[in-house]
Ligand binder design. Structure first.
Ligand code: SF4
Length: 315
């Protein structure tokens, strides 16, 4: 949950998740829908899907016991080199180097490194430095203390903006501080204009229910329930007749909303529509008619939740 997300945001999700799934076994027995419903609003849903897959793999292939070997841990979906190392350090007290976003920033500044940390070349160098810096002996849990300290330094003092160098315990050796470059490093991601994609989201209402469709498991919002979408250049009346076999009346063109993903921006044009009559039966799997309350409790992405909340006058 903490990958790409701040601790304060994660806490309520984490507590709710652990209340429902206190151990690997209970998580492995859940349905993907239940897992994604608890993830709804947190974003980066592949993390939820990967966690679920990993729990099932550990139960089926490892007798429900979390493995200890880093090579095995790293094979699980969603667990990269740094997360696997963090598990080794904090769960098993092993001597491994971690390199999360905060640690990268500290090392880049400390060594005055010029490359963009997301670049392969710089990342290879960062891993090398992270390994060289590890305490040689792992006595009395000093690797754990060292790793925690490094992460805390990045989270509390060597922050992205306005680092608190004046109270930093490693300022004497820090190249960025010495050269007054702490606010210039790390250099930002090379700027590329964000691609804008457009879609029309259909809020199709039949009596007091709304139509939701499950998205494919791969791609954005994989496995989540979503409002049906239509290409922006299609005729909405024709589209609804051909796709759902219904005649509709347009209730409102709602204002467009933008939702930003890592690599593109999605501009959503919402249309609220009411079913006037069912012309033909076109049954498609992965579609449900559901009450607004039920929809809000389902695994839905944030823009859909916002749209449902903003259209409460239609309930
Ligand atoms: S001195 Fe400043 S830039 Fe250097 S590690 Fe400490 S907080 Fe970061």
């Amino acid at each position: 949950m903490l990958q790409q997300t701040r601790v304060a945001t994660v806490i309520p999700y984490y507590l709710r998740f652990l209340r429902c799934f206190p151990d690997l076994k209970s998580l492995s027995l859940a349905s993907l829908d239940e897992v994604l419903a608890l993830w709804s609003g947190l974003g980066y849903y592949s993390r939820g899907r990967n966690l679920y897959k990993t729990a099932r793999l550990i139960v089926s292939d490892h007798h429900g016991i979390f493995p200890q070997k880093i090579e095995v841990i790293q094979q699980f979906p969603g667990i990269g080199r740094s997360t696997a190392a963090a598990i080794e350090v904090f769960a098993y007290g092993k001597r491994c180097a971690i390199l999360d976003g905060n640690v990268k920033r500290v090392l880049v500044r400390y060594f005055g490194m010029e490359g963009y940390p997301g670049e392969k070349k710089t990342e290879v160098l960062l891993w090398k430095k992270a390994e060289e810096l590890l305490p040689k002996n792992n006595v009395r849990g000093n690797i754990e203390a060292y790793s925690q300290a490094l992460m805390d330094l990045g989270a509390t003092l060597c922050t992205r903006t306005k680092p608190k160098c004046i109270v930093c315990p490693i300022q004497r050796e820090c190249v960025a501080f010495r050269e007054h470059r702490e606010d210039k490093l790390p250099i930002p991601r090379p700027c590329k204009p964000l691609l804008v994609k457009e879609t029309v989201m259909l809020m199709i209402i039949r009596r007091s229910e709304i139509l939701l469709e499950r998205r494919p498991l791969t791609g954005i919002w994989g496995g989540l329930w979503c409002l049906p979408e239509m290409p922006a250049n299609e005729n909405v009346f024709l589209y609804c007749t051909q796709r759902f076999g219904i005649k509709i009346k347009l209730l409102a063109h709602m204002p467009s909303i933008d939702h930003t993903f890592t690599h593109f921006k999605l501009r959503i044009y919402p249309r609220s529509l009411q079913v006037v009559s069912q012309i033909s039966k076109i049954s498609q799997s992965g579609q449900i008619w559901i009450s607004f309350t039920g929809a809000l409790e389902a695994a839905i992405p944030t823009p859909v939740r916002n749209l449902l909340n903003s259209s409460c006058f239609l309930k």
